[in-house]
Design a protein around this ligand. Structure first.
Ligand code: FRU
Length: 512
């Protein structure tokens, strides 16, 4: 009898392991699941955190709530990559503790062991993050946010919190968070950019543990429709040798399409103080769905940017079940001159090309008048998954629409309007939108240049499009929830658009 019970128990165990494995197979195969973007295996994610490159590995930490699919007590989730495209999920790096939840922040390689956290002659990785105390917040206190440290002596695998936390105490303001730290070599010191309500406050330190306030920036600069969050300060050099400092400042709400967005300033940083060269607002991504974007540390002259691909307006209600949110495709930032102005342009990292299957020319040297079906003759889209890249170039830019459609009548329109000289994305008929009244909309963004020649790159995944126009001078990210992949492509123009080429490249899924 006992033998039989044992046998049954073993059978149950085997079948439940098999069930779990089958379920694992289902992971990253769900409806709306991004196939070429990072998303957590399950549960809630927001901002990218602690982006740092070390010994051939790109680390991505992220705001993570491992017990639900809406925002909750924050941890730092962790994933790594050697090419910025394929990701390995790792154990949670930082858990909430008695000081608070683990909010956004950055990570650095402390090469000179200024912190003393190094071991056996190896530099430590040091994470600098906000401890957010929810109990104090509930009590209506202002000093809920303080800055703290954690370090790793095993290349980011495991992390210890510093016993002397917090290292930077709140002076009594409710928004005091998202420290982003960089090494300022000329003065051998660390600089922290901290989001402090409606401005950025800069602090300096010789050892990452004791911080001195240096200056503030932003009260009368840029957009102020919401609170400033997640800053990032770094130098950029243009092709003509012009050097500038760039300060990224995320803001929520108050973005150009409502809700959250990433603005930036260019100017000078002298080691203590940031001086902007203009007062106006510029946006790194003018779509609806890029937020909390910051760059990787320790990548030399490459400035690699990653944003959260959502918007606080509806992030917690989008119709995904097992997980919520994804990151953008990592992007390389460049300083680009237009007339006498310098803009920060962004394009997908070249590593994305590694996912390309055989690319197909859909059209070359044609005049588009009326609507042309680009799918029919080639049937390529029938064979590919729902993720692909489209590249269009023209010497005579005129109003046009690319129509991405599926078999159930949903469509996403992307194109250009010559009257306004603007790019647009129209997701009014793109799929499910009932979860938020402002989701179904058409957005337009003025072009930065007036030239007749132009280029457009679209990266399409199961639930997102990223548009890069005019060599990344205009970037727009938009998510959507179509029932089926967009496997029909059409282009339409009333004004005769001269197309040099339209290229299609399928992109291999990264989660196999
Ligand atoms: C930005 C943000 C940060 C904060 C974190 C909390 O999306 O609000 O300012 O640190 O998310 O999850």
């Amino acid at each position: 009898m006992i033998g039989r019970v044992k046998y049954i128990i073993v059978l149950i165990l085997i079948s439940s392991v098999a069930f779990a494995q089958n379920n694992m197979k289902g992971t990253y195969r769900e409806q709306y699941r991004p196939q070429i973007h990072f998303s957590p295996p399950a549960h809630w994610m927001n901002d990218p955190n602690g982006l740092v490159y070390y010994k051939g590995t790109y680390h991505l930490f992220y705001q993570y709530y491992p017990k639900g699919t809406v925002w909750g007590p924050m941890h730092w989730g962790h994933a790594t990559s050697t090419d910025l495209i394929h990701w390995k999920n790792k154990p949670i790096a930082l858990y909430p503790d008695s000081i608070g939840l683990i909010f956004s922040g950055s990570a650095v390689v402390d090469y000179n062991n200024t912190s003393g956290f190094g071991k056996n002659g190896q530099p430590p990785l040091v994470a600098i993050f906000t401890h957010h105390n929810q109990a104090k917040e509930k009590d209506g206190k202002n000093d809920t946010e303080n800055e703290s440290l954690a370090y790793s002596n095993d290349e980011g695998k495991t992390w210890k919190k510093y016993a002397g936390n917090p290292v930077l105490k709140n002076p009594g303001i409710s928004d005091f968070r998202d420290p982003n730290v960089m090494w300022y070599a000329p003065e051998k010191k660390w600089i922290m950019s901290l989001a402090t309500k409606d401005r950025i406050t800069f602090y300096s330190s010789k050892d990452l543990k004791s911080w001195t306030k240096e200056s503030q920036f932003g009260e009368h600069f840029g957009a102020h429709g919401g609170v400033w969050e997640c800053p990032d300060l770094f130098p950029l050099t243009a092709a003509d040798g012009k050097k500038t400092w760039v300060l990224l400042v995320n803001i929520n709400p108050g973005g150009p399409q409502g809700g959250s967005a990433t603005q930036y300033f260019t100017g000078n940083f002298d080691g203590d103080k940031f001086t902007a060269d203009r007062t106006g607002t510029r946006w790194l991504d003018e779509g609806t769905d890029e937020y909390a974007g910051v760059t990787w540390h320790n990548t030399g002259n490459r400035h690699l940017f990653l944003g959260w691909m959502s918007n606080w307006m509806y992030a917690t209600t989008v119709p995904t079940k097992a997980w919520r949110s994804a990151m953008t495709i990592p992007r390389e930032l460049k300083l680009t001159k237009v007339d006498t102005n310098y803009f920060v342009a962004a394009e997908p990292v070249k590593e994305l090309d590694g996912l390309k299957g055989q690319s197909v020319s859909l059209k070359e040297n044609v005049k588009v008048k009326g609507e042309i079906d680009l799918t029919g003759p080639t049937k390529i889209l029938k064979r590919a998954g729902g993720q692909y890249e489209l590249d269009l170039s023209t010497d005579n830019l005129k109003s046009f629409s690319m129509i991405l459609a599926n078999s159930v009548g949903e469509k996403l329109l992307i194109g250009y309007n010559s009257k306004e000289n603007s790019w647009f994305i129209d997701r009014t008929q793109a799929g499910e939108s009932g979860f938020n009244k402002d989701f179904a909309k058409r957005i337009t963004v003025p072009r930065k240049v007036a030239s007749k020649n132009s280029d457009l790159k679209l990266i399409i995944d199961a639930a997102s499009v990223e548009l890069f126009a005019d060599k990344g001078l205009t970037v727009m990210t938009s998510i959507f929830f179509s029932k089926r992949p967009y496997d029909k492509i059409k282009i339409s123009s009333v004004d005769t658009l001269v197309v040099n080429k339209i290229n299609y490249a399928p992109l291999k899924a990264i989660w196999n």
